[in-house]
Write a protein that binds this ligand. Structure first.
Ligand code: IMP
Length: 200
């Protein structure tokens, strides 16, 4: 999720947490296998070229780290930070940059690495920004794609999993900056107050 601004249910007062139920949607093992296959597809398209990974902070960090190791060959990476979300689980539709890339992408084979494609507004903003900088190639890899939610006319070149319209956390994705370290991708649901439950 965006480093992205604080996300809290409007029903939850500051400092108070609703019960959050987590259900595993995609296990770490399935993620690992899929990431390996994605890396093979990418290397098939760029067999002998250095690939410059551009991770969108912070949600893509774990995906990028695993993808980079599976890719092999010459790989470099850089990060950009943008905000696309206001409070709660819904997007405001606005995208703004918080941190730009450190190095130029001109003439490079760039692979934008995103955690999840939702409305597509973030990716549309990024592609427009990067295209102006004249990379040699500009491709997109997303781990998750909520196809039903799409507003902007964008699609990824490499997609891990198409998922239903549910709010997910884990493997880099957060809810209110929590759960990024879960190894699996889980659906999070808010319920009556209490402790967080994790169901298999
Ligand atoms: P988009 O601009 O609507 O496509 O939103 C993209 C960003 O929203 C992603 O990079 C995530 O950071 C965040 N996001 C969208 N859906 C989810 C979700 O289900 N869980 C966590 N973050 C999400």
């Amino acid at each position: 999720m965006p480093t992205k601004a604080t996300k809290r249910s409007p029903r939850v007062k500051p400092g108070q947490r609703d019960e959050e139920t987590l259900r595993v949607l995609i296990s770490h093992q399935r993620i690992r296998e899929r990431v390996r296959h994605m890396a093979q597809e990418i290397r098939r398209d760029f067999p002998n070229e250095p690939v410059h990974l551009v991770g969108v902070l912070k949600g893509s960090v774990l995906f990028l780290a695993d993808l980079a190791r599976e890719l092999g060959g010459e790989v470099s990476f850089d990060f950009i930070s943008v905000s696309s979300y206001g409070k709660g689980m819904d997007s405001t539709g606005e995208v703004k940059m918080n941190k730009d890339l450190d190095v130029s992408i001109e003439g490079r084979s760039v692979l934008v690495v995103e955690d999840i494609l939702d409305t597509g507004l973030t990716l549309k903003y990024l592609l427009r920004l990067f295209e102006e900088r004249k990379p040699k190639h500009l491709r997109v890899a997303v781990l998750l794609d909520k196809v039903e939610r799409r507003i902007a006319d964008v699609k990824a070149d490499y997609t891990g999993f198409v998922i239903p319209n549910e709010f997910v956390v884990g493997y880099g994705l957060d809810y209110d900056e929590r759960y990024r370290n879960l190894p699996d991708v889980c659906v999070v649901r808010l319920g009556p107050r209490g402790k967080t439950k994790i169901e298999a």
